[in-house]
Design a protein around this ligand. Structure first.
Ligand code: PBG
Ligand code: ZN
Length: 326
């Protein structure tokens, strides 16, 4: 059978027609910019494993926030690099810790113009680099939860709009929701890293924030990418426990997962276009092997098309500029 009147190419005939009939429209409103702020830093330090991304000082973090606002990026996610680490990661919940101070200052300077999200985890603050408390080489889930509650409350107290638990401990969303409620921060959101796979794509980030596990790996708490059926269980638990936004991480090798999750939930979904995805593209672009702008826009569109509402990406500033023709 033939359909002589159907010519799909008519829909692609000119740039203007393509624009008119385009279904998937990524926008700067979808983007979340990660910022790596280091305690005691005077001027920024480049991160070799992530070209064009820096560890920044408090002052520069504020500038980054302002730049995000000017580019139409609604939110940043802050990661802290403390000057001192210890076994229990206590500087993660210190009221005058690097994240808490950064949030306070950004809030002072930027008011409500910028949504401030804070990474709620211990791995950047513990000597061993794991996301929780360790005893005899094993993660102590419940002892860790108590600390996550403290971290979240200290971040909320400093003015964080959204706490983002990334450690993948069982029950973390509930403990954080309860702790926030008890301390009078029921208005704060939780963006849960619900589906976080144990992935080789995190390596450049770990160098960036110096959180590489000193022994073992994270496979006992992060998910096995060969078990896709666990995904909906994790998502449903986090929604029941009080998550406002759920996340799939990484993004690019997990577009099927993003699609699957989006089709089954009715709250916002975020995807984390992680460091390894970023650095692969940057390295190839530096060599002139790919067209950087084209490949990044293709990737961002793919993540959006898969079903993600929000995209955390180190490309955020470039993407916002390109989308807004700046
Ligand atoms: C850990 C954490 C990770 C990332 C952010 N927080 C992953 C990990 O080290 O296991 C990865 C971010 C990226 O790769 O861009 N809580
Ligand atoms: Zn962690």
């Amino acid at each position: 059978m033939s359909f002589p009147n159907v010519r799909m190419n008519r829909l692609r005939k000119t740039e203007n027609i393509r624009r008119m009939v385009q279904d998937i429209r990524p926008s700067s409103n979808d983007l979340i910019l990660p910022i790596f702020v280091q305690e005691g830093l005077k001027k920024s330090i480049s991160i070799p494993s992530m070209p064009n991304v820096n560890r920044v000082s408090l002052e520069q973090a504020i500038e980054e926030g302002k730049e995000a606002v000017s580019l139409g990026i609604p939110a940043v996610i802050l990661f802290g690099i403390p000057s001192e680490k210890n076994e229990g990661g206590s500087s993660a919940y210190n009221r005058t810790g690097i994240i808490q101070t950064a949030v306070r200052k950004m809030r002072e300077e930027l008011g409500e113009d910028l949504v401030i999200i804070t990474d709620t985890c211990l791995c950047g603050y513990t000597i061993h680099g794991h996301c929780g408390i360790i005893n005899e080489g094993k993660i102590l889930n419940d002892e860790t939860l108590e600390l996550y509650g403290k971290i979240a409350v200290s971040q909320a107290e400093s003015g964080s709009d959204i706490v983002a638990p990334s450690g993948m401990m069982d029950g973390q969303v509930k403990v954080i929701r309860d702790a926030l409620h008890k301390e009078g921060y029921s208005d704060r959101m939780i963006m849960a890293y619900s589906v976080k796979f144990a992935s080789a794509f995190y390596a450049p980030f770990r160098k960036a924030v110096d959180s590489t596990p000193q022994f073992g790996d994270r496979r006992s708490y992060q998910m096995n990418y060969s078990n896709p059926d666990e995904v909906m269980r994790e998502i449903k638990l986090d929604i029941e426990e009080g998550a406002d936004i759920v996340m799939v991480k990484p993004a690019l090798a997990y577009l099927d997962i993003i699609h699957r999750v989006k089709s089954q939930i009715n709250i916002p979904l975020a995807a984390y276009n992680v460091s390894g995805e970023y650095s692969l593209v940057k390295a190839a672009a530096e060599k002139g092997w790919v067209d950087e702008k084209k490949i990044i826009l293709e990737i961002i569109t793919a993540i959006k098309r898969a079903g993600s509402d929000l995209i955390i990406t180190n490309h955020a500033k470039d993407v916002a500029r390109w989308l807004n023709n700046k």
